[in-house]
Design a protein around this ligand. Structure first.
Ligand code: SRM
Ligand code: SF4
Length: 584
C-alpha cells in the first residue's frame, strides 16, 4: 500500500502554522471584530487553543440560502481524566452559562462544550484557567490529552502512572505565550522575536505533522485502548513497585471508506523503558514523527503511516540512535481486559468510588433523567473527586462509607440509573458526537445509538445472550473517534443514514475487526446483526466472546453460514406453506 504523497510540497495547514508566529496569526484581531466566526486560517489555529469552529447542522437543513450561524466546540485538557470537585463544578457552570447546557465526556477523558458563541470564548477560557484547567493543545497538531487508567484504587503503581501521565502532558504542552495573550491576559506584549528553540524547543514553529496521542494502561487493564495510540505505554509492575513501561508505537484509527491507502492500525511493541527513562523516550519518539512524518498529505501524516512505511525495527533504531542507547526488550505483562470501573468499589483506603455509566458521554437533563442536575447535586454536597474514563464514563471518588446511601438516593431522585440497572450491552457501548455539531459526520451516532442498543437488548434477551459482555461502538464517519475498529461489533457511518457493520474485534482492544456488511440503513442494523448473534449462540466455544467467535470463523464463513441458514429457513417456510395449502 503506497503512503507516499503525490507532491512533497507542504500542505496548506503547514503553511498556516509556519506563518502563524507560534499560533497567533490574526486571532487577536479577529476575536474582537463584528463577525460571529474566524477566517479559514484562524479556524486552523484555533484548534491548537482547544477550539473548533462549527455550526449546528440541524439548523442548516431548514435554512438553505441563509447565512449559517457559527458556534464553537471547546475541549478542555484533563490528563488522566482527573478533576477536583471544584473543577467539575466550573465546567458545569460554564456549560449552563455559555454553552448549550450540556457537557460531553470524550473518549480521551476530556470535557467538551458545544454551542459556545464567539463573544463568550474569552470569558469561558479565562474562567477555566482560573480553575487550573487549560484547553491549550486539546486539539491541533500536538500531543493531545494524555489518557491514563483513572481507577482510584489505593496503589502506588496507579498513583505513579497518573503522575507520569501528567508529566508527559505538561512536558509536551505547547510553550507559546499566544494562548495566554489571547484568552487570559488579553494583551500582547511586544518583545523582540525570540529564537525558535526558546519558544517551542520540542515542536519548532510548525509543530507536529498531525495530532499525536499518548495513553498509559495499568497492568492488565486496557480501558485506554493502548494499541490505538501513537504511543501506548503499558505499565509493568512487581507488587507495589512500578518497574517501567512496555512501549507501543504507531496505532491509530482514522481511515477513509474509499481510499484504501488509509487504514486503522494497531501499534507495534518496540521495547521497555524504566520510569526514569519514559519522558525522554516519549519526547524522542515525538521528535522522530516531527522530523519524518508526512507534512504534505494530511491523510498520511499520522505516525502510523511512518511505522507502516519503515517497519517497527527501523523506527526503533532511529529512536535509539537519537537516544544514544538501546531500549530494553519488552517485559512480560498480564493479559489485558477493558475494565469499565462501573459500580461501587472499595479504594483500599477506607473510602469508596462509584463508577457511573454515562450514555455516550453526554451529561444533560432530559425528561425524567436529570443527569446534569443530579451530578451537580452530589458533587456540591459530598465533594467527591471526579474522574473521566476513556469509555466516556465518570467516577465519583473518595466517598466515605456513610455517604454511599445518600449519594445513591440523590442520584435516584434525579432518575439516574446505577450501572447495575443497565444492560451489559449499553454499558459497553460508545458513540462519537457526530451530528449535529461534527462537520465531518456522514451519519448520526450519539443520537442514534441509544435506539439501536434498545433493539439489541431485546434481541439479546430473546437469544439468552443478555449476560454476554461485548463492545458495540458507533461513529458517524470512518475517522474512528469512538475507536470502533477494535470493538466486537461496530457501526461506522458511510452515507445518508447507512453504515458499514464491522465484526471480530477483541473486547480488550488487541485485535482489529473487519468489515462484514456495507451500506446498511440504520433501521436494518439490528436485522443484519440478528443472524450473527444466532450463530454465536449456537456455535460458540465455552466462554468465547462475540468478537472472538466472529474472528475465529472469519467474515466469509459467517456470511456463507448465514446465507445457508436463511436459505434453509426459506425452504422450510415454503414446505410448511405447501403443507398448509395441501391441508386446506
Ligand atoms: Fe476525533 C476529528 C470528536 C477522539 C480520530 N474528532 C474530530 C472532530 C474534531 C471533527 C473535526 O475535525 O471537525 C470531532 C469533533 C466533534 C464534535 O462536534 O464534538 C471529533 N474525537 C472526538 C471526540 C469528542 C469523540 C467522542 O465522542 O468522545 C473525542 C475527543 C477526544 C479528546 O478528548 O481528545 C475524539 N478522534 C478520537 C479518537 C479516539 C482516541 O483519541 O482515543 C480517534 C481515533 C484515534 C486516532 O486518532 O487515530 C479520533 N477525530 C479523529 C480523526 C481521524 C484522524 C486520522 O488519523 O485520520 C478526525 C479527523 C481528522 O483529524 O482529520 C477527528
Ligand atoms: Fe465526527 Fe467522524 Fe469523529 Fe464521529 S468519528 S466525531 S462523525 S469525525
Amino acid at each position: 500500500m503506497a503512503t507516499r504523497p503525490k507532491s512533497d510540497a507542504p500542505s496548506g495547514v503547514e503553511v498556516i502554522k509556519e506563518n502563524s508566529n507560534y499560533l497567533r496569526g490574526t486571532l487577536a484581531e479577529q476575536l474582537h471584530n463584528d463577525l460571529d466566526h474566524f477566517d479559514e486560517n484562524g479556524k486552523q489555529l484555533l484548534k491548537f487553543h482547544g477550539l473548533y469552529q462549527q455550526h449546528d447542522r440541524d439548523q442548516r437543513k431548514g435554512a438553505r440560502g441563509t447565512e449559517k450561524t457559527h458556534s464553537f466546540m471547546l475541549r478542555t485538557r484533563i490528563p488522566g481524566g482527573l478533576l477536583t470537585p471544584e473543577q467539575y463544578l466550573v465546567h458545569d457552570d460554564l456549560a449552563q452559562r455559555y454553552a448549550n447546557g450540556t457537557l460531553r465526556v470524550t473518549t480521551r477523558q476530556c470535557f467538551q462544550f458545544h454551542g459556545l458563541l464567539k463573544g463568550d470564548l474569552q470569558a469561558t477560557i479565562r474562567e477555566l484557567n482560573e480553575a487550573l484547567i487549560t484547553s491549550l493543545g486539546a486539539c491541533g497538531d500536538v500531543v493531545r490529552n494524555v489518557a491514563c487508567c483513572p481507577a482510584p484504587y489505593q496503589d502506588p503503581v496507579r498513583e505513579q502512572i497518573q503522575r507520569v501521565a501528567r508529566s508527559i502532558s505538561d512536558h509536551l504542552l505547547p510553550r507559546t505565550r499566544a494562548y495566554h495573550e489571547l484568552w487570559i491576559d488579553g494583551e500582547k506584549v511586544e518583545l523582540a522575536a525570540p529564537a525558535e528553540e526558546e519558544v517551542e524547543p520540542i515542536y519548532g514553529k510548525t509543530y507536529l505533522p498531525r495530532k499525536f496521542k499518548i495513553a498509559i494502561a495499568y497492568p492488565g487493564d486496557n480501558c485506554v485502548d493502548v494499541y490505538t495510540q501513537d504511543i501506548g505505554l503499558v505499565a509493568v509492575a512487581e507488587g507495589e513497585t512500578l518497574l517501567g513501561f512496555n512501549v507501543i508505537v504507531g496505532g491509530g484509527m482514522g481511515m477513509n471508506h474509499t481510499k484504501l491507502d488509509t487504514f486503522p492500525r494497531l501499534g507495534d511493541l518496540i521495547g521497555f523503558v524504566t520510569p526514569e527513562q519514559v519522558l525522554q523516550v516519549v519526547e524522542t519518539i515525538v521528535t522522530v514523527q516531527r522530523d519524518h512524518g508526512n507534512r504534505s498529505d494530511r491523510k498520511h501524516a499520522r505516525m502510523k503511516y511512518l511505522l507502516h512505511e519503515w517497519g517497527a525495527d527501523r523506527f526503533r533504531m532511529e529512536v535509539e540512535r537519537r537516544l544514544g542507547w538501546k531500549l530494553q526488550p519488552p517485559a512480560p505483562t498480564p493479559a489485558l481486559e477493558n475494565e469499565l470501573h462501573h459500580g461501587w468499589h472499595a479504594q483500599g483506603d477506607g473510602r469508596w468510588f462509584l463508577g457511573l455509566s454515562i450514555e455516550n458521554g453526554r451529561i444533560k437533563d432530559e425528561g425524567a433523567l436529570r443527569l446534569r442536575s443530579g451530578l451537580r447535586a452530589v458533587i456540591e454536597r459530598f465533594r467527591p473527586g471526579v474522574r473521566l474514563t476513556p469509555n466516556q464514563d465518570l467516577l465519583l471518588t473518595d466517598i466515605a462509607q456513610e455517604e454511599m446511601l445518600a449519594i445513591e438516593n440523590t442520584l435516584r431522585e434525579h432518575g439516574i440509573p446505577l450501572p447495575s440497572d443497565l444492560s451489559l450491552v449499553q454499558r459497553h457501548s460508545l458513540a462519537c458526537v457526530a451530528l449535529p455539531t461534527c462537520g465531518l459526520a456522514l451519519t448520526e451516532a450519539e443520537r442514534a445509538l441509544p435506539s439501536v442498543i434498545d433493539a439489541l437488548e431485546v434481541e439479546l434477551a430473546q437469544l439468552g445472550l443478555a449476560d454476554e459482555p461485548f463492545t458495540v461502538r458507533m461513529t458517524g464517519c470512518p475517522n474512528g473517534c469512538a475507536r470502533p475498529y477494535v470493538a466486537d461489533l461496530a457501526f461506522v457511518g458511510r452515507s445518508a443514514d447507512a453504515y458499514v457493520i464491522f465484526v471480530g474485534g477483541a473486547s480488550n482492544g488487541t485485535r482489529l475487526n473487519q468489515p462484514y456488511k456495507d451500506l446498511v440503513k440504520r433501521d436494518r442494523l439490528v436485522d443484519e446483526v440478528r443472524p450473527l448473534l444466532q450463530l454465536y449462540r449456537d456455535r460458540r466455544l465455552p466462554g468465547e466472546r462475540f468478537g472472538d467467535f466472529c474472528h475465529r470463523l472469519g467474515v466469509e464463513t459467517l456470511q456463507s453460514l448465514i446465507a445457508q441458514r436463511l436459505q434453509k429457513e426459506a425452504s422450510d417456510y415454503v414446505a410448511i406453506d405447501a403443507t398448509a395449502a395441501f391441508e386446506r
